[in-house]
Design a protein around this ligand. Structure first.
Ligand SMILES: C[S@@+](CC[C@H](N)C(=O)[O-])C[C@H]1O[C@@H](n2cnc3c(N)ncnc32)[C@H](O)[C@@H]1O
Length: 337
């Protein structure tokens, strides 16, 4: 249930909408754990430790997406900037550390920056140094869950209005191929929501989105199952987060990290697999797991560029442009609204 934040007044503010209703979250977690097969939404990866572990993953030799996307921006940013709207309101979906958007500020010169993330505490911490570095750039951190539906919250629209930016062009920025965490139907829903947010802005608005591409499993699988075990720690940390949210008694050491490429579905699947038979309990419920039984924790869909361009157009965007790297591993799309 959204919190009712006080209206932001200054140019540097945070809004906290994701004061998730604990009862609702517990019901969602219990239902997922009691289903067959059991599952927990990937949004539960991102407590504070999970956000730090994700940042560590991006440094791993096997994790090519962050480096490859950065190389595309490194090579093509002037070309991209020529097509992006000037003095736009940048809305960064799943901003995390905000580092990716911040690297573009010098070139794209946004009029305001609105990062959105479910991990509100981490976002607020990430914004502190950014605000010191860019004292003249208005920033509004938004703690929000966009997994079911997404719109810019009314206080954020009022904040833009007070800055005289209500009719400014909007650039919704969704890098990192996080769109891959959504299946094709859910991805279409989120892209439609992003299109509506863009259309509420001025002429020239659009979506700048990073998308990971179909490639050999020999490249894909190590990126989600690294030699140092950082992705395994990231996956198991979800159990600690669930313990706090649900009051459950998962022992992370009793679960193995499993990641593999499902060619038919074009997606990496991450699971946790019970090392031995065990019962996990929480107030009001329990689940018996057999040895080897899994909890599904993440999908990461990989796209062919033509199929993703089609998805963008089905969401309402005009024909997109896209840039890629020399190996054709990753694509960045600019989809005018
Ligand atoms: C894979 S990280 C990407 C971070 C950064 N944008 C990047 O590309 O490196 C995904 C980010 O999205 C946030 N996130 C995941 N699910 C979310 C949801 N349902 N609503 C809002 N933010 C979410 C996470 O907290 C995390 O910061």
């Amino acid at each position: 249930m959204p919190a009712t934040p006080s209206a932001p007044t200054g140019t540097h503010q945070d809004l906290q909408f994701h004061q998730a209703d604990p009862a609702q979250q517990q019901a969602e977690l219990a239902a997922g754990l009691q289903a067959t097969p059991a599952s927990v939404s990937p949004k539960f990866f991102y407590d504070r430790l999970g956000s730090h572990l994700f940042d560590a993953i991006t440094e791993l030799p096997e994790y090519y997406p962050t480096r490859t996307e950065a190389a595309i921006f490194g090579q093509w940013l002037p070309d991209m900037a020529a097509r992006l709207p000037a003095r736009a309101v940048w809305i960064d979906l799943g901003a995390g550390s905000c580092a990716k958007a911040a690297r573009l500020f010098g070139t794209v010169r946004p009029a305001a920056y609105l990062p959105v993330d479910i991990s509100a505490a981490y976002l607020s911490q990430a914004l502190e140094p950014l605000r010191r570095e860019h004292p003249d750039l208005p920033m509004l951190g938004i703690g929000q869950d966009f997994s079911v539906q997404w719109a810019l919250p009314a206080p954020a629209v009022h904040w833009l209005e007070r800055l005289g930016l209500r009719g400014a062009p909007r650039c919704v920025f969704y890098p990192g191929s996080s769109i891959g965490n959504f299946g094709p139907d859910e991805a279409l829903r989120l892209l439609r929501d992003a299109h509506a947010v863009c259309r509420q802005g001025g002429a020239g608005s659009g979506l700048l989105i990073g998308v990971d591409r179909v490639k050999a499993p020999e490249v894909l699988e190590p990126a989600y199952d690294d030699a140092l075990g950082v992705t395994a720690a990231f996956n198991r940390n979800l159990l600690l987060h669930v313990n706090r949210q649900l009051g459950s008694d998962f022992d992370p050491a009793a679960w193995d990290h499993v990641a593999f490429y499902n060619r038919i579905e074009s997606r990496i699947e991450m699971h946790l697999s019970a090392r031995s038979p065990q019962t996990v309990s929480w107030p009001g419920g329990s689940r018996r797991f057999a040895a080897g039984e899994r909890i599904h924790t993440e999908h990461s869909y990989k796209w062919e560029p033509a199929a993703f361009a089609d998805l963008l157009q089905r969401a309402g965007f005009a024909t997109p442009l896209h840039w890629t790297d020399a190996r054709g591993w990753f694509s960045v799309f600019w989809a005018p609204a």
